[in-house]
Design a protein around this ligand. Structure first.
Ligand code: PRT
Ligand code: ZN
Length: 285
């Protein structure tokens, strides 16, 4: 039987979350990243562990069918691969930063300046679009020290918390792109592999949807149940179970995580009691 070959980062910021996501989708991996190629015993997938920078090329060449990389790497490498699904983890941004002491007044600052980066393609597109003439100095790591040692006037790099910039006396002045982990795929997969990919994406969506919702149980007097149903309509409609105590019911429903605190306040106002909120593992609608 055909297997879908998935490239994951061997060791780095994406590795743990990528493996965790596959496991939540019922794709367990024996052996872990110690081995180069690992098959899943319970789903037709095999995983190849690589450096993240190499993954777009491997997927473009069809050596692996799909891979998980930061969107920043996908955009920078400009390989003919598609984004099959956005994964929502390892969020960060690619930004321009300058020494703290600079009085920055806008993009014009970068004219005739030297900018150090590991993302020359993304940077040169951005500069071109904004008619800025700057010199791009490509380096592969420790970009943040470049201004301090006189190698460049500014940097273009990944920022997450901003603490690396801060401790190198730099400040973020322009956010050029936002990034998250993405599942990239070869543009023309064999039908059997395409089918496995679709099943995998279905599972990923079920896991992601579940993370955005909570299961909620509460008790309420029967005369308030109708008003409460309007607040938490659930997937189709809530389940209502009579309590042993006369005139009371238990109500079970699903609420979006983002509305959660607001809804809880309103439920209390309506006389709901004994509210329990439970995480959902998978959600298929
Ligand atoms: O060895 P390999 O080439 O596979 O890995 P790598 O060293 O190139 O990449 P890695 O593991 O550092 O990052 C993989 C991906 O994680 C990146 O391509 C991004 O998509 C994503 N990501 C998310 C980050 C960060 N957050 C991040 N903070 N990648 C790098 N950083 C760096 C950033 O450059 C900064 O220097 O972490 C430092 C700390 O950031 P602050 O702002 O929190 O201080
Ligand atoms: Zn890398």
């Amino acid at each position: 039987m055909e297997k879908l070959r998935v490239a994951l980062q061997k060791s780095g910021r994406l590795s743990e979350k990528s493996i965790e996501l596959l496991e939540e989708c019922g794709v367990t991996l024996d052996g872990g990243p110690g081995r180069l190629l690992v098959s899943s015993p319970d789903f037709p997938v095999e995983v190849l562990y690589l450096r993240d920078d190499d993954i777009p090329q491997y997927v473009a060449d069809g050596v692996t069918d799909v891979g998980i990389v930061g969107e920043n790497v996908y955009v920078e490498k400009e390989k003919p691969v598609n984004i099959a699904e956005r994964l929502g983890f390892s969020r960060c941004r690619l930004s321009l930063a300058v020494p703290k002491s600079i009085e920055y007044e806008g993009l014009q600052y970068f004219n005739n300046k030297k900018i150090a980066t590991s993302y020359p393609n993304i940077l040169s597109h951005f500069l071109k679009e904004n008619n800025i003439q700057a010199e791009i100095h490509e380096i592969s790591g420790s970009v943040e020290i470049a201004p301090g040692i006189g190698l460049a006037d500014a940097i273009f790099d990944i920022v997450s918390s901003g603490s690396t910039l801060f401790s190198n006396n730099l400040k973020e002045v322009e956010v050029v792109m936002k990034s998250e982990a993405v599942l990239i795929a070869h543009p023309k997969l064999q039908p059997e592999k395409q089918h496995i990919l679709e099943e995998l994406i279905f599972r990923i969506r079920s896991v992601q949807k579940a993370k955005k919702h909570k299961y909620i149980l509460l008790n309420a007097p029967n005369d308030k149940i109708q008003e409460i149903i309007e607040l938490i309509p659930g997937m189709k409609s809530p389940s209502i179970v009579p309590l042993a105590k006369e005139g009371w019911s238990s109500l079970h429903s699903v609420v979006p995580e983002k509305d959660f605190w607001q809804i809880i306040g309103k439920l209390k106002e309506k006389g709901a009691q004994g509210i329990l909120v439970i995480p959902i593992e998978k959600m298929i609608v």
